[in-house]
Design a protein around this ligand. Sequence first.
Ligand code: ZN
Length: 259
Amino acid sequence: MEELRFQVPVVSENKDKPIEVSSKYGLRLLRDYTKSTSLDMLIKYKTGMHHGIDYKVNTGTTVRASESGIVIRASWNKYLGEVIIIDHTPNADNNKRNIYSAYAHLSAYTEGITAGTLVLQGQKIAQSENTGRSTGPHLHFAIIDSPARMEWGVTGATGHVPNSKIFLDPTSFYGKTIKVGGTIYDLSDEEHKKITESLDVKMHLDFPNYSWYGDVYLNKKKVGRIDKDNLDLIAGLSLAELDEIMKTTSFPERGSVVI
Ligand SMILES: [Zn+2]
């Protein structure tokens, strides 16, 4: 199992003044209509669900990735304004747990942030603003926890999702460890080289198909086989042992490990 730990996507510049929440997740009252008579003024409200949390921050505040993942959308939506969606489980299968975070009403995206970009937790992704349907500068932050993979078209909004129940209160994610599906280590060529050195892997290159696989030896005993897509398939080597190897091997770029 791999783990995710989400953090608040905006940081207060003043230590004595924490970031203010202007609207919590959950049901809220929305003004429906106003009727005034000569004697009275009637303001009618209706309830609406707020599928995220609003942080009251000035325009230009740095917005950071709440957890590592792959940006799958960084584009305009008429309600959410400039919106970024990060997939935190990019390697999950269709029917596994899929977790996304959404950041709305942004202005400029940080250079290099576009669909397909790998981002690390805390990395700057954009600046907050007041774009889209918004009444004042704030960051709308949502966490989506879906039992199936979701498609995010260029024009599609988070509102396109089939079931709004998958939007959960972000505060229930902060500081907690979220367990998600099986481990897949997505390694760079250099990392592959290092881990194969640690494990003692006899490599087999398949030139016609431009692929490779390796027989894995631990203490000179053959324990299984790995290939580019299936590092998990090391028979006889427990995940804990593999984790230990990953932890004790110094990789140049830990950011390439995603789940
Ligand atoms: Zn909001």
